[in-house]
Design a protein around this ligand. Structure first.
Ligand SMILES: [Zn+2]
Length: 59
């Protein structure tokens, strides 16, 4: 029997948070938190684009 594998379909984040939302990833995630401002994603700054590019999750 295969062990259940954690997939990105799971709502849980692998940092231990119960919900892996975009807001969590940007603001709260211990593993991936964005260093800049949430507003950067509204303005789509180069920094935000790079962060998204390097994110290991498809969103
Ligand atoms: Zn997280």
């Amino acid at each position: 029997m295969d062990l259940p594998r954690k997939t990105w379909d799971s709502p849980e984040c692998d940092c231990g948070a119960t919900i892996q939302s975009m807001q969590h990833l940007i603001l709260d995630c211990q593993l991936r938190k964005y260093a800049g401002d949430l507003d950067d994603f509204v303005k789509v700054t180069p920094e935000a684009v790079v962060w998204l590019d390097h994110l290991d999750i498809d969103i």
